[in-house]
Design a protein around this ligand. Structure first.
Ligand code: SF4
Length: 452
């Protein structure tokens, strides 16, 4: 299930003279908390200097009213982070703020560079010094080297060298800049707010602060916002977009709109396609909350089988600061989910979830459902099997941990203890969209950008 997968980051930026931009960024990050829970940060500029506060933990833990009041200005950029490239340490928290030839720069990055080792080696050979272990600092260095006279020109030149996934929110003392890599792996949207502009990983963050979604920042586009308004620069056009299809399956909030598609609608359609591909006879459709909820609704609509909440989620499960001991770890999924026995007892059920990664969580869920008296359990997934790792900003586990890469369908079903196991087909998944501009590498091994 999606709980075994982590998005690496969420970015937010706002240019809004006369507004409390620090507070607005706080709420924007709050809406993006699902994209990273290990650290959070906000940088604010008042036109002369950039002030920064960041720390380890969730947005609500890192910021107090007092801290936010210290961050006054009219431009802000914020970041929530989960780490895979670079450790989970305070130094790696973002935005990263640096001085370069033209002044100060704050950078928040969502994604992963595929050629970071090569770029870092070249920079080190030229005498660069790194303070963090993130690939985001490599991006800043590459940009700074090219930005001798003009930052936008530096970014445009740097983009030729940067290979992989990067949705960036960059801030100087006077500008807010959004950048999306030419493949468009990770989302980035542009909104309008009280005469100013907003950039965010997902449109749900715009909704939260009352901003209006204008459009997605296009793959290969740089948007520059300053006192003269908004300018757009396009570069490296002609590269086939490779939007991450997993944003729709699991990561993005269902209330977000990404690349013109409502995430909730897409997930519902996934369930409808699953019902066509696998018309299982059952008494009930039970979602694994929340990752399987929309697809389960779609399956129930298309199949006519009633939808029932058979699993209750503890909404505070991710909030405990007490590290579970080894014994408590065995409780595992029970900390998060509890079956409703009176719904499940004696029933043949279709359970809908978004994915199976290592299989440990799905196995525990099936055990829970059996203990609660379910008679037959058919697990249906709204994604094809994961057989490869992701190098573009998602932490999916090593390939040797992916159950679908190790076991065939029958073996996986037996390991999980399910009576039936069914994955949405790749064709069925792609059929939901008008075009096929997607990265599918974790399902078919076809990596749009070579990993070096
Ligand atoms: Fe998304 Fe999978 Fe591609 Fe990674 S490999 S960007 S998770 S589709």
């Amino acid at each position: 299930m999606g709980a075994e997968i982590r998005e690496e980051c969420g970015v937010f930026g706002i240019y809004a003279p006369g507004q409390d931009v620090a507070k607005l960024t706080y709420w924007g990050l709050f809406a993006l908390q699902h994209r990273g829970q290990e650290s959070a940060g906000i940088a604010v500029s008042d036109g002369r200097e950039i002030k920064l506060h960041k720390g380890m933990g969730m947005v609500a833990e890192v910021f107090s009213e007092e801290k936010l009041n210290e961050l006054s200005g009219f431009i802000a950029s914020g970041h929530v982070r989960y780490s895979t490239t670079g450790g989970s340490v305070p130094l790696n928290a973002q935005p990263l703020v640096f001085n370069y030839k033209q002044g100060s720069i704050a950078l928040g990055h969502n994604g992963n560079l595929a050629n970071v080792a090569e770029l870092k080696k070249n920079l080190l050979a030229r005498g660069a010094i790194f303070q963090t272990t993130t690939d985001s600092e490599v991006i800043i260095n590459v940009i700074a080297q090219y930005a001798q006279t003009d930052l936008v020109e530096g970014i445009l030149k740097a983009m030729v060298d940067l290979k992989g996934a990067y949705s960036l929110v960059i801030m100087t003392e006077t500008q807010l800049i959004g950048v999306r890599d030419p493949w468009g792996f990770r989302p980035l949207v542009l909104g309008q707010f009280k005469g100013g502009y907003v950039l965010a990983s997902e449109s749900a963050a715009l909704d939260t602060i009352g901003a209006e979604l204008i459009r997605d920042v296009e793959p290969g586009e740089i948007v520059v916002i300053d006192m003269d308004g908004l300018k757009s620069f396009k570069f490296m056009q002609g590269i086939k977009p490779s939007f991450c299809i997993f944003e729709y399956i699991y990561f993005a909030r269902p209330d977000s709109i990404i690349n013109g598609y409502h995430v909730n609608t897409v997930r519902r359609k996934m369930g409808q396609v699953l019902a066509k591909e696998y018309p299982v006879e059952a008494d009930l459709v039970v979602p694994v909350p929340d990752s399987g909820t929309a697809a389960a609704r779609g399956y129930a609509e298309a199949s006519g089988i009633p939808l029932e909440e058979g699993l209750m989620k503890n909404r505070y499960a991710g909030r405990t600061f007490i590290r579970p001991s080894q014994k408590e770890r065995e409780i595992g999924v029970r900390l998060k989910l509890n079956p409703i026995r009176e719904v499940l007892k004696g029933k043949k059920i279709v359970v809908i979830d978004d994915s199976v990664v290592r299989g440990t969580t799905s196995k525990q869920i099936i055990e829970l459902l059996k203990e609660a008296g379910a008679r037959e359990i058919h697990l249906l997934l709204s994604s094809p099997p994961f057989i490869r790792s992701c190098y573009y900003g998602i932490d999916i586990s090593n390939e040797d941990e992916l159950i679908a890469a190790k076991l065939n369908l029958e073996e996986t079903k037996n390991y999980l203890g399910a009576d039936g196991l069914y994955y949405l087909s790749l064709e069925g998944l792609l059929g939901i969209f008008k075009n096929r501009d997607f990265c599918l590498a974790c399902f078919n091994g076809d990596y749009p950008v070579p990993i070096t």
